[in-house]
Design a protein around this ligand. Structure first.
Ligand SMILES: [Zn+2]
Length: 122
Protein backbone atom coordinates (compact mmCIF):
# COMPACT_ATOMS: atom_id res chain seq x y z
CA UNK A 1 0.00 0.00 0.00
CA UNK A 2 2.81 2.41 0.91
CA UNK A 3 4.54 1.65 -2.40
CA UNK A 4 1.31 2.51 -4.24
CA UNK A 5 0.83 5.79 -2.40
CA UNK A 6 4.43 6.83 -3.00
CA UNK A 7 4.21 5.93 -6.70
CA UNK A 8 1.01 7.98 -7.11
CA UNK A 9 2.92 10.99 -5.86
CA UNK A 10 5.94 10.26 -8.02
CA UNK A 11 8.18 9.04 -5.23
CA UNK A 12 10.21 5.86 -4.92
CA UNK A 13 10.76 4.24 -1.54
CA UNK A 14 14.00 2.90 -0.21
CA UNK A 15 15.59 2.05 3.10
CA UNK A 16 18.80 2.96 4.87
CA UNK A 17 20.32 0.46 7.28
CA UNK A 18 22.78 1.84 9.82
CA UNK A 19 24.73 -1.35 10.37
CA UNK A 20 26.34 -1.79 13.81
CA UNK A 21 28.06 -5.01 14.98
CA UNK A 22 26.30 -6.66 17.92
CA UNK A 23 29.16 -6.23 20.41
CA UNK A 24 29.23 -2.49 19.76
CA UNK A 25 25.45 -2.21 20.12
CA UNK A 26 25.72 -4.01 23.42
CA UNK A 27 28.44 -1.68 24.71
CA UNK A 28 26.52 1.41 23.55
CA UNK A 29 23.49 0.34 25.56
CA UNK A 30 25.04 -1.27 28.64
CA UNK A 31 27.73 1.43 28.92
CA UNK A 32 25.32 4.37 28.74
CA UNK A 33 25.27 6.68 31.76
CA UNK A 34 23.65 10.06 32.26
CA UNK A 35 24.01 12.97 34.64
CA UNK A 36 20.86 13.50 36.72
CA UNK A 37 21.64 17.25 36.93
CA UNK A 38 22.50 18.34 33.37
CA UNK A 39 21.45 15.27 31.38
CA UNK A 40 24.90 14.86 29.78
CA UNK A 41 25.27 11.37 28.35
CA UNK A 42 28.43 9.33 28.84
CA UNK A 43 29.43 5.83 27.88
CA UNK A 44 31.88 3.88 30.02
CA UNK A 45 33.37 2.30 26.84
CA UNK A 46 33.27 5.10 24.28
CA UNK A 47 32.91 8.40 26.18
CA UNK A 48 33.85 7.83 29.81
CA UNK A 49 33.66 10.62 32.39
CA UNK A 50 36.99 11.83 33.83
CA UNK A 51 36.14 10.16 37.16
CA UNK A 52 34.27 6.88 37.36
CA UNK A 53 30.48 7.25 37.45
CA UNK A 54 30.61 11.02 38.13
CA UNK A 55 29.64 13.88 35.78
CA UNK A 56 32.59 16.00 34.62
CA UNK A 57 30.57 19.18 35.23
CA UNK A 58 28.81 18.08 38.43
CA UNK A 59 31.26 16.27 40.72
CA UNK A 60 28.51 15.67 43.31
CA UNK A 61 26.21 14.04 40.78
CA UNK A 62 26.55 10.29 40.56
CA UNK A 63 25.78 9.15 36.99
CA UNK A 64 22.58 7.22 36.43
CA UNK A 65 21.96 4.06 34.47
CA UNK A 66 18.56 3.24 32.97
CA UNK A 67 17.35 -0.06 34.40
CA UNK A 68 16.34 -1.27 30.94
CA UNK A 69 19.83 -0.66 29.49
CA UNK A 70 20.91 -4.25 30.08
CA UNK A 71 21.82 -7.36 28.09
CA UNK A 72 18.35 -8.91 28.44
CA UNK A 73 16.65 -5.82 27.03
CA UNK A 74 19.07 -5.72 24.10
CA UNK A 75 18.27 -9.34 23.27
CA UNK A 76 14.54 -8.60 23.40
CA UNK A 77 14.93 -5.50 21.23
CA UNK A 78 16.98 -7.45 18.67
CA UNK A 79 14.40 -10.25 18.61
CA UNK A 80 11.71 -7.66 17.85
CA UNK A 81 13.97 -6.18 15.17
CA UNK A 82 14.53 -9.59 13.54
CA UNK A 83 10.80 -10.34 13.59
CA UNK A 84 9.37 -6.97 12.57
CA UNK A 85 12.06 -5.03 10.75
CA UNK A 86 14.33 -7.59 9.06
CA UNK A 87 11.62 -8.73 6.58
CA UNK A 88 11.21 -5.14 5.39
CA UNK A 89 14.96 -4.74 4.94
CA UNK A 90 15.06 -8.04 3.05
CA UNK A 91 12.35 -6.70 0.78
CA UNK A 92 14.27 -3.51 0.03
CA UNK A 93 17.46 -5.49 -0.47
CA UNK A 94 15.79 -7.88 -2.95
CA UNK A 95 14.46 -4.93 -4.90
CA UNK A 96 17.84 -3.15 -4.92
CA UNK A 97 16.76 -0.24 -2.73
CA UNK A 98 18.60 -0.89 0.51
CA UNK A 99 21.56 1.34 1.31
CA UNK A 100 23.91 0.23 4.06
CA UNK A 101 25.77 2.73 6.22
CA UNK A 102 28.50 1.42 8.54
CA UNK A 103 27.40 2.50 12.02
CA UNK A 104 30.52 1.77 14.05
CA UNK A 105 31.97 5.24 13.45
CA UNK A 106 31.46 8.72 14.86
CA UNK A 107 28.04 10.34 14.52
CA UNK A 108 29.14 12.97 11.96
CA UNK A 109 30.50 10.36 9.53
CA UNK A 110 27.35 8.26 9.88
CA UNK A 111 25.15 11.30 9.36
CA UNK A 112 27.05 12.30 6.21
CA UNK A 113 26.61 8.81 4.75
CA UNK A 114 22.90 8.76 5.61
CA UNK A 115 22.48 12.10 3.82
CA UNK A 116 24.22 10.66 0.74
CA UNK A 117 22.10 7.48 0.88
CA UNK A 118 18.87 9.46 1.14
CA UNK A 119 19.84 11.64 -1.81
CA UNK A 120 20.44 8.49 -3.91
CA UNK A 121 16.86 7.41 -3.25
CA UNK A 122 15.41 10.47 -4.98
ZN1 LIG B 1 26.18 17.03 34.85
Amino acid sequence: MLEGLAAEQGHALGAVLVDVPFDILQKRVTGRRNCPVCGEIYNVYFKPPQSDEVCDLHPDARLGHRPDDNAETIKARLATYERDTRPLLDYYERTGRLRRVPGDRDAEAIYADIEKAVRLER
